[in-house]
Design a protein around this ligand. Structure first.
Ligand SMILES: [Zn+2]
Length: 225
């Protein structure tokens, strides 16, 4: 295709897209207020844009009232039904989670930023130690400071289980790196080994999207900080 033809083609595509988005906008402006509110909530989900949120919302309108009620009740109660384990912060149904109840290797503690990551690490079958979930990664611009990491809780667990090695397994992002550095400075004072997932984790990557093989390699190839 010549340059001239290409740019003509490109202009046509852009014009078509503009027309499409204009149509979508005028359509959505006519939606009833409560439907727009539902779409607004659905758009908060990761990976869900306006069009997908609209599709989901219209799908809900086709559901039986009984199923909508069950979903609504489940969403209302989910935080109470699956609370964080009081010991490590992983998810549980009552009292301690099964990671804290199982006979684990208590000399190692893996620090994560999401309970979901514990399941990803379990799937690698290369780790048998304890877990600890921090509520937030450090991000001063978003108002998440060091005192929210509850480092006192981590130190208490290290003392209780006489932990010898802490593995920091955060996402490979700016927040993950900043928090890992802060924890390393605090925890090496306790004269234990602090390591971080290494080999093969791409910059900016999130643990939940990394395949089991890469995660297992990163775990065995962890680097002492
Ligand atoms: Zn637990």
């Amino acid at each position: 295709m010549t340059n001239k033809n290409y740019s003509l083609q490109r202009r046509k595509v852009l014009a078509k897209r503009r027309k499409f988005s204009y149509t979508a906008l005028t359509m959505s402006l006519k939606y009833p207020k409560d439907l727009l509110a539902l779409i607004g909530y659905l758009k908060k989900l990761p990976g869900v844009g306006s069009r997908t949120a609209e599709r989901f919302a219209f799908e809900f309108l086709k559901w039986e009232k009984r199923d909508l009620g069950a979903l609504g009740a489940m969403l209302t109660e989910i935080l109470d039904k699956v609370p964080p384990c009081q010991e490590c912060g992983c998810l549980t149904q009552n009292g301690l989670c099964h990671f804290c109840q199982e006979g684990r290797d208590t000399a190692t503690l893996c620090i994560l930023s999401s309970a979901r990551d514990a399941y990803a690490i379990e799937e690698t079958r290369t780790y048998r130690g304890l877990y600890h979930i921090v509520e937030h990664l450090l991000s001063p611009l978003d108002g998440r400071h060091a005192n929210q990491l509850r480092i006192d809780k981590i130190e208490k667990r290290i003392a209780k289980h006489q932990i010898k090695e802490v593995i920091i397994a955060f996402d490979s992002t700016l927040e993950g790196d900043t928090t890992a550095l802060y924890l390393k400075n605090e925890l090496t004072k306790l004269s234990l080994q602090v390591s971080r997932l290494g080999v093969g984790l791409p910059m900016g990557s999130s643990l939940e999207y990394i395949d089991g093989g890469t995660l297992a390699r990163a775990l065995t190839g962890r680097q002492t900080l």
